[in-house]
Write a protein that binds this ligand. Structure first.
Ligand SMILES: Nc1ncnc2c1ncn2[C@@H]1O[C@H](COP(=O)(O)OP(=O)(O)OP(=O)(O)O)[C@@H](O)[C@H]1O
Ligand SMILES: [Mg+2]
Length: 588
């Protein structure tokens, strides 16, 4: 969770980059800008018209002009209302269009990032960037930048008109301005800090909730409801307090503005009456100044809020841009196609670490001939999954090389490489959707009958049909509605349809029942036929299938050979074997 700091900043380069987002919507942007200018110029029109009406039509007894003035006034109001409608609509559409583009851009970029990025970035952060931060950029366009420009312009125009009509009266009207500006300044700063606090608290709530929903089973199993509730209550209370602080600022600021505006009005009426008594002004002028006063106070009051919106939007935009500038892609400079490889895999002196401090693989070398198979065994944390991560290029090796058919895997195009290598991972991830969707992974080229045929081939058709809805059975988020064994079987089916040259099986440590075991055995036979296979094996039956066995310990290759060879002498394999299977199987 990144905490937003209450940092004062206005970064022109950043603003320009934000403005560039509007480039595809130039027309909308400029139209909104023009409308903003026209609206600002039209703002003083009504007071001036009213002034004329009062002074000339009513007091000047030119009653025949009254209806003309009424029509003019009404038309001016109507035009301003229409323009304002158009402006609001345009600004909002502009903002939403930009949000749409930016969000697509962010997600496309996130999809291209490598595993290192996800290792160090919490899921919540990426979610916040893609959802709420992008939304804050919308506010810059919908409520921020053009509105601030239009308000400032309007203030300027009104001021000029007022000065032209009567400068002493303008000065009287503006006499409370310094106080107002001080109030605005305090309000703006206070609200900004409160808002930042609110956003931080929302992020905390989100992170807490997300983690506890995912870990609900653990919470309930260890009867931690009470403690967790207490923690939640504290965070929730902090959130409430932060909100209350922001509300407090509004509740103080608005009455103060009311008082100041009333004071200005009082001064104006008092001074105006005095001027009229001395024949230096007219009632129409006073009325128009009262209207000007209202016109001026409204934007000044709103400006504080809009500046905050702009600033918060810029902070959010900065964070979105940081994500977009993230360069952690897997370098994809390959040019070869792997489509017609035979499937020989060679690891040559490969060393690797996730975080340059602790080496995870050390000088690992082995060779699997095309169509051959290798079982990797070793204690937990030995680096078995890591070998697969390197072969699938989720990470690149720090030292040494990995060859596929004698060619460094970095020379293959990433997409092409991943088409020929298919890992069945330790933790099977299923998306919300039907079994069918999950098997073909939303690839429309794979038909239902192909899926059914593949399922029949490896004997899974029967149990899938037994599920409610069969192939259309809805899997829920993370696949919790299926057992671990069933999920494993579905991932087998996925692999079978992907039809890879090299199959990798990272076997789950969890034991499966005999029925699933039989299914898995059968599926394995079909799956491994004519392919190069790497098994990260926990079950003896799987280990025995492999032509070679590699024993990995603390990232190093300790032994390599066939099952029978490795059982000769005092080997690590023998010890592992006896420990793991000693009670069920007697060593050869
Ligand atoms: N994404 C990661 N970032 C940092 N370290 C990692 C990461 N993944 C694994 N490791 C570390 O690398 C080492 C090897 O992990 P690996 O997953 O390869 O073990 P494994 O042999 O597959 O174990 P298991 O049998 O439990 O699956 C471990 O010490 C682990 O802590
Ligand atoms: Mg593993």
């Amino acid at each position: 969770m990144t905490v937003i700091r209450a940092k004062q900043f206005f970064d022109l380069a950043l603003l320009l980059r934000i403005l560039r987002l509007a480039r595809p919507y130039k027309k909308k942007f400029y139209e909104a800008l023009v409308l903003a200018i026209v609206l600002a110029l039209l703002a003083p029109l009504n007071p001036v018209l009213i002034q004329y009406t009062v002074d000339h039509c009513i007091l000047g007894a030119q009653y025949h002009l009254l209806s003309v003035m009424t029509v003019l006034l009404f038309s001016s109001l109507l035009i301003q209302a229409l323009l304002s409608y158009r402006f609001t609509l345009l600004a909002a559409r502009l903002g939403q269009n930009i949000v749409y583009d930016l969000r697509t851009q962010v997600f496309t970029h996130v999809l291209s990032l490598n595993m290192r990025y996800f290792d160090r970035t919490p899921v919540g952060t990426v979610v916040t960037r893609t959802i709420s931060d992008v939304e804050a950029v919308n506010d810059i366009f919908a409520e921020g930048i053009i509105n601030i420009f239009s308000d400032l312009l309007m203030l300027l125009v009104i001021l000029m008109v007022m000065l032209t009509i009567s400068w002493p009266m303008t000065l009287v009207t503006l006499s409370v301005l310094p106080l107002l500006l001080v109030a605005v300044w305090f309000f703006k700063e206070g609200v900004r800090k409160a808002f930042i606090e609110v956003r931080n608290q929302v992020a905390r709530l989100n992170a807490f909730l997300q983690e506890h929903l995912s870990g609900m089973q653990v919470v309930q199993l260890f009867q931690a409801e009470q403690q967790e509730m207490e923690k939640f209550r504290v965070i929730n209370r902090d959130h409430l307090k932060a909100h209350q602080r922001s509300v407090w600022h509004y509740s103080v600021f608005f009455p103060i503005v009311e008082i100041l505006s009333a004071a200005a009005l009082g001064l104006l009426v008092w001074y105006g009456a005095y001027q009229i008594l001395h024949d230096r002004s007219t009632p129409g002028t006073i009325i128009s100044f009262i209207l000007f006063l209202n016109l001026m106070f409204r934007p000044i009051r709103m400006l504080a809020d809009k500046f905050n919106t702009l600033q918060m939007g810029m902070v959010a935009a900065q964070r979105v841009f940081t994500l977009l500038d993230e360069k952690s892609q897997v370098p994809d400079r390959g040019w070869r196609s792997a489509a017609s490889i035979a499937g020989e895999v060679i690891f040559s002196h490969v060393s690797f670490s996730y975080n340059s401090s602790t080496p995870v693989l050390r000088n690992v070398s082995f060779k699997i001939p095309a169509g051959g198979s290798l079982a990797i065994v070793g204690p937990t944390g030995a680096g078995k999954t890591t070998i697969i991560n390197l072969l699938s290029r989720f990470y690149d090796a720090d030292e040494g090389q990995i060859f596929l058919d004698g060619i460094d895997i970095r020379e293959y195009r990433l997409t092409s490489l991943r088409q020929v290598i298919c890992p069945v991972l330790q933790d099977v991830f299923l998306f919300s959707g039907s079994i069918l969707d999950n098997v073909r992974l939303f690839n429309p080229e794979i038909s239902r009958s192909q899926v059914e045929q593949a399922a029949r081939r490896c004997g899974m058709d029967e149990w899938i049909r037994r599920l409610p809805g069969g192939y259309d059975y809805q899997v829920h988020e993370r696949g919790t509605s299926l057992s671990a064994g069933q999920r494993q079987l579905i991932s087998f089916l996925r692999a079978l349809l992907a039809n890879p040259r090299i199959l990798i099986l990272d076997e789950a440590t969890s034991a499966v029942d005999t029925y699933s075991e039989q299914l898995i055995q059968r599926a394995m036979q079909v799956l491994t036929e004519g392919r190069t296979c790497i098994f990260i094996a926990h079950r003896l039956s799987t280990i025995k299938q492999a032509t070679q066995i590699l024993v990995l310990d603390q990232g190093q290759v300790k032994e390599i050979g066939t099952h029978d060879e490795l059982l000769q002498g005092n080997t690590l394999y023998r010890r592992l074997y006896e420990l793991q299977f000693g009670y069920n199987f007697s060593p050869v």
